[in-house]
Design a protein around this ligand. Sequence first.
Ligand SMILES: Nc1ncnc2c1ncn2[C@@H]1O[C@H](COP(=O)(O)OP(=O)(O)OP(=O)(O)O)[C@@H](O)[C@H]1O
Ligand SMILES: [Mg+2]
Length: 226
Amino acid sequence: MNRVVELEGVSRTFPGTPPVEAVRHVDLDVEAGDYMAIVGPSGSGKSTLLHILGCLDRPTSGVYRLLGLDTGSLSDGLRTSLRGSEVGFVFQAFHLLPYRSVVENVMTGLIYNRTPRRVRRRWAREALERVGLGHRMDFTPRQLSGGERQRVAIARAIATRPTLLLCDEPTGNLDSKTTESLLDLFDELRTDGLTLVIITHEELVSRRAERRVQMIDGTLIEQVAS
Ligand SMILES: Nc1ncnc2c1ncn2[C@@H]1O[C@H](COP(=O)(O)OP(=O)(O)OP(=O)(O)O)[C@@H](O)[C@H]1O
Ligand SMILES: [Mg+2]
């Protein structure tokens, strides 16, 4: 089973007058180990699509299979546990708890996916070492640079050992040098076997991915490498 994501005719319409067709008839396969960038103008449906991929939202129509499982046929509870064990998220705003230490922030990612209490701290520590922050465990987020904060958020996302890492503008708040070093980290995570899907406005970021798809008005177009 090497296919991580399989979308068939997936649409997402938000109710309203008029309704917003944010995602329209999208077909997409993402294989294990893929590194894919999603580009496209503001409002084109990128985040909506990413939320569907992460089981944070459901398609209005069409079929979404995650690791071969038809997510539409799963109960809410099963979708939540599938998300908890297989998907990690990283957002532009790091969403760290300001008064908790770095290691505690990473441990929050492990509470929701029922990781046994006694291994949480060890997995959190391993994830922090993986992102190069083994020496910052007991700091609080406000004592970290922007790039370090994003690494903590990435550690939190990978601490659960997901198959798929979904990132929505992960470098949007970072300068270009910090962005480059985060992209090096993404390369390493991918070498470890993680499947990566990254929304970005930045050429610097999309260039590093292996596949690029573009969203325009809710539809998805694969860009052929030149
Ligand atoms: N919860 C919602 N209810 C109604 N409309 C929504 C909702 N979420 C998104 N939309 C609409 O769907 C469209 C696509 O939004 P989406 O956030 O996916 O765009 P995006 O490509 O991520 O844009 P950006 O680059 O600015 O983040 C927009 O027109 C937006 O207004
Ligand atoms: Mg968005």
